[in-house]
Write a protein that binds this ligand. Structure first.
Ligand code: GLA
Length: 347
């Protein structure tokens, strides 16, 4: 079932709608601002909201954290905010420090009002047109994102079609805390990532091109461990990333595959993430300064985590990293699923 309510208006007077999709296991709210996941309530046995969010449009418009948002055209960073395609160099909006492009630029998909394309029994489809040279990216790009609920699974499907070769690398930027969004204890959640390699980054979080074997290092999540366990290690990459803020390499090979699981020993919520993308960014919220969240919550840095499915960061500037570009008139499709079970037994 889907219900639609007016969530509020942007400072420019545009209406923002909230779509709440329910199954017997979950209740998920999506906003037309930023195609944003505003809440994910795992209903049983005791309802718990496992993502951070706000309860007004202004907070979403002015926020720097991308809470729950769909990021695009390109999620993560593009070094020096430029790339070359078909012999032309494109200069992008600089919005990460003084040099780089992050999550699509100053007004990326995360900060736009999306159109309602279709509402079904258990899904909604939102769309937008990203125009040629918006934030510096070439070609007109039509984007659709479908959010659907099937029992305990929330699927996010991305569709794109452009009239010229361009970049398209969307993600969802939800911050999870499976203890409950308002508890500050998300780093006690256990995490397991199905990956042996991380794209090494420099201090500006730009990949060096080297893939680091994580086995036996503080980056290793090949079996469940608390996110907090090694987060204060003096390992050089943990220091560069201020905790975790890096891309784990996946071997999904374009097929929807399990890439990560997270578990709360407090609520018993087990989240499983499936994707067809080649990478997933684990980000543990270092930059998320203290702020007011929904329902009177306060959010503090380093207390939640994101699992952003994507192509490797800065792939547009690294010929060894795949999937950076899409071709004119060739439909793009990608899928990521976040599943939420409640269980006492994760082994
Ligand atoms: C991503 C990046 C982080 C940070 C956040 C937004 O996850 O990897 O470094 O910029 O977005 O605050």
């Amino acid at each position: 079932m889907v219900t639609k309510t007016l969530f509020g208006k942007t400072v420019n007077g545009k209406s923002v709608y909230k779509y709440t999709i329910s199954s017997s296991e979950l209740e998920v709210s999506i906003l037309s601002f930023g195609a944003t996941i505003q809440s994910i309530i795992v209903k049983n046995p005791t309802p718990v909201d496992v993502v951070l969010g706000y309860d007004d449009v202004l907070s979403y418009q002015t926020q720097d954290g991308y809470l729950g948002a769909t990021c695009g055209r390109n999620s993560n960073r593009i070094e020096n905010a430029k790339f070359t395609l078909n012999g032309i160099t494109y200069n992008l909006a600089v919005n990460d420090g003084k040099k780089h492009n992050l999550h699509g630029g100053n007004v990326g998909f995360s900060h736009r009002v999306w159109l309602e394309e279709e509402v079904g029994e258990n899904f909604i489809i939102l769309s937008l047109l990203s125009k040629h040279l918006e934030e510096g990216f070439p070609a007109n790009l039509n984007v659709k994102v479908k959010f659907s609920l099937d029992g305990e699974n929330l699927s996010i499907e991305y569709f794109g079609l452009s009239d010229g070769d361009t970049v398209f690398n969307p993600t969802n930027h939800s911050y999870f805390n499976l203890d409950g969004h308002d508890t500050h204890t998300g780093h006690s959640n256990l995490l397991n990532i199905y990956s042996n390699y991380l794209t090494e980054t420099n201090e500006e979080l730009i990949p060096t091109g080297v893939l680091v074997n994580v086995n036996g290092t503080p980056l290793d999540f090949t079996s469940f461990k608390a996110i907090s366990k090694d987060i204060n290690s003096s390992y050089y990459l943990i220091e560069n990333m201020h905790g975790y803020d890096g891309n784990y390499c996946l071997s999904s090979d374009g097929k929807l595959s399990l890439c990560a699981r997270a578990y709360s020993q407090k609520t018993g919520v087990l989240m499983s993430v499936y994707t067809d993308r080649p990478g997933v960014q684990l980000y543990t919220g270092y930059f998320l300064t203290e702020r007011k969240g929904k329902n009177g919550a306060t959010y503090v840095p380093n207390s939640s985590f994101c699992l952003e499915t994507q192509v490797y960061p800065n792939a547009v500037n690294n010929p060894n990293f795949e999937g950076a570009f899409i071709k004119a008139n060739e439909p793009f499709y990608s899928k990521t699923v976040y599943g939420f079970a409640v269980t006492k037994d994760i082994l």
